[in-house]
Design a protein around this ligand. Structure first.
Ligand code: ATR
Length: 285
């Protein structure tokens, strides 16, 4: 039985064990998948202990994605570009770090939401680790223009500079949140605003009529963003599809087989709706 985990802090909310257990069942892979809360400030020791325990690989979540990038000897090109990693595979010649968040986002938009990114105008809000993981794949998918808007403009500028080679002349720009531009086909919120319960940090004029507006959060945290999208004639989408798609990419890297994502996404939505209803019933009792 091969062993994998998701490691982060906090990590108890992670749906990755459910997703990977479903993938393993579906593809007949002999593996188990758990979750580990790693203390802040001791990433290297925690990682060494995991490897010593015989694990084959792991997912890395907040706040360790930059540490994971640093710790690996070998990087996939997309991890090198993101300078952050959410997947490690413990290969004998040196640990391999990958970043599957961007492929997960693009896969969710194109396959699950049915919107081809080629030729589209995209607004990416945020310039932290979450945004860094998806910018390269958004550009590679053929977006005509990508604007990165961030509260701290310099961080957006740095991200744009690092990705300039992937974009055509004038096709990749850094802007302030309040001056991001108008009428984007796709708006992706990669900031922590939803997690903090803060208002959507851009004016609704960023949305073209019928735009796809996606928040990387899911569950109750994403609801205000989804309501904002619906109130302004856009199609809202949470980050659950991206989560399942990035997991499928990780699973493929580890196991060499790509699982079907649609049934797992459907099962996850049902599971989360039941958990939310259960939590409401508890409050009412
Ligand atoms: P993550 O790994 O989740 O991206 P991060 O690297 O800490 O976390 O980045 C958080 C992002 O959310 C940043 O883009 C941050 O903006 P700054 O770079 O200006 O700090 C953004 N962010 C956090 N809270 C926000 C808020 N209330 N409004 C707008 N942007 C916010």
């Amino acid at each position: 039985m091969d062993h994998y985990v998701v490691a982060g802090n906090p990590v108890e909310h992670s749906q990755s064990p459910f997703i990977h257990t479903e993938f393993a069942r579906q593809t007949g892979q002999a593996m188990e998948y758990g979750r580990m809360l790693w203390p802040l400030g001791s990433f290297d020791d925690s990682l060494r202990a995991l490897v010593a325990s015989g694990a084959k690989g792991c997912n890395i979540t907040v706040p360790f994605k930059f540490d994971a990038f640093r710790a690996a000897r070998r990087l996939t090109p997309r991890a090198a570009l993101a300078q952050a990693a959410n997947v490690l595979r413990f290969d004998a010649p040196g640990w391999l770090a990958d970043n599957t968040d961007g492929a997960g986002l693009v896969g969710d938009i194109e396959r699950n939401a049915g919107l081809a990114l080629a030729g589209k105008r995209v607004l990416l809000i945020g310039a932290g680790g979450a945004a860094a993981g998806v910018l390269g794949p958004l550009l590679t998918a053929g977006a005509r223009e990508v604007v990165v808007a961030n509260r701290t403009l310099e961080k957006a500028q740095a991200l744009v500079e690092r990705h300039a080679a992937l974009a055509g002349e004038g096709a990749l720009l850094a802007r302030e949140l309040g001056d991001a531009g108008v009428g984007f086909d796709v708006v992706v919120n990669a900031t922590a605003s939803s997690l903090q319960g803060a208002a959507v940090p851009v004016p609704h004029s960023v949305l073209a009529r019928g735009a796809l507006a996606l928040d990387m959060m899911y569950g109750a945290a994403a609801q205000p963003f989804l309501d904002w999208a619906a109130a302004h004639d856009a199609t809202g989408r949470d980050g659950l599809g991206m989560l399942v798609e990035q997991a499928a990419e990780a699973f493929a890297l580890w196991r060499g087989v790509r699982p079907a994502t649609a049934p797992v996404l459907a099962a996850l939505r049902t599971r989360m709706a039941l958990a939310a209803a259960g939590a409401r019933a508890k409050v009412e009792r």
